[in-house]
Design a protein around this ligand. Structure first.
Ligand code: ATP
Length: 250
């Protein structure tokens, strides 16, 4: 039992969720390693949503609201940490939820399906193996996508993605919004909009922002996207990391 006055409470709770998800077959072992890499970057950004990330959240949210067929891609890490919030976000945005895994096995797909169902999801795509298609440029199992979801999506939200898949999605004309604590990853550099922040803070922030931005007209939303420059935003995230190191005093 982790006491909630522990200084690393949030981080320890996330770790506990990851370990439980691993033991329940929701998460691949590599998912635990990816989480550790994320934790290190979270430390460096101060374990809070920066102003820079807030700008990316706003622009990403505008893109999701304006989308004709928005899809939220879910992997083991996302299911382990924020399944209920993902279901809420899909509801607010009228977006589809699709399971897409790097280490795809039918057992893991089923385990994640159950987690999402328990969290309240109605429709979950990416589960029926025979009905899946391949996205151009990725022939491994992670290229498998559903026709009504990712294949025909115009905007895709990808938490914790790998670089190859992000590249393939962008090359297939998708507007990709990535959530990645590492501003140096290939995903971060390739996505249309990268939110450099922890998924546990981003999904609730997107829900709140979507409720606010849904009242805006299309032109205002479009301007929010056009005014956003992903490269500049990534550089700002790196500056935050550098200045936190420069300010360090033992
Ligand atoms: P790329 O192929 O894009 O260079 P990678 O090899 O780092 O990236 P993965 O191993 O799939 O790709 O790692 C997933 C990414 O997710 C890592 O960059 C990690 O920093 C990030 N990450 C891990 N946990 C979280 C989290 N809770 N919230 C946001 N990002 C996270």
């Amino acid at each position: 039992m982790i006491s909630n006055d522990h200084p690393r409470y949030e981080s320890l709770i996330s770790r506990e969720k990851m370990v439980n998800a691993y033991n329940a077959g929701i998460l691949a072992d590599a998912g635990l390693i990816a989480h550790g890499r994320g934790e290190a970057f979270d430390y460096l950004i101060g374990e809070k949503t920066t102003k820079t990330a807030e700008r990316a959240i706003k622009a990403g949210c505008a893109a999701l609201i304006l989308a004709n067929n928005p899809v939220i891609s879910v992997n083991g890490n996302a299911a382990a940490l924020v399944s209920e919030d993902i279901v809420k976000l899909a509801h607010v945005l009228d977006a589809k939820i699709e399971i897409n895994l790097f280490y795809r096995t039918s057992q893991r797909v089923n385990a994640i399906f159950k987690v999402l169902k328990k969290a309240g999801a109605e429709e979950i795509l990416g589960t029926e193996e025979d009905a899946l298609e391949h996205i151009n440029g990725l022939n491994s199992p992670r290229g498998k996508v559903s026709k009504e979801g990712m294949l025909n999506a115009d905007v895709v939200l990808v938490p914790l993605e790998d670089g190859d898949r992000t590249e393939a999605l962008v090359a297939n004309g998708k507007f990709v919004i990535a959530i990645d604590l590492n501003p140096l990853s290939r995903t971060s550099k390739t996505a249309s909009i990268t939110i450099v922040d922890n998924i546990i803070r981003v999904i609730p922030a997107l829900i709140k922002k979507a409720e606010e931005l849904k009242k805006f007209d299309k032109k205002t939303l479009k301007n929010l996207i056009d005014d956003f420059n992903n490269n500049d935003n990534l550089k700002e995230s790196l500056k935050t990391i550098l200045s936190s190191i420069e300010k360090f005093e033992a």
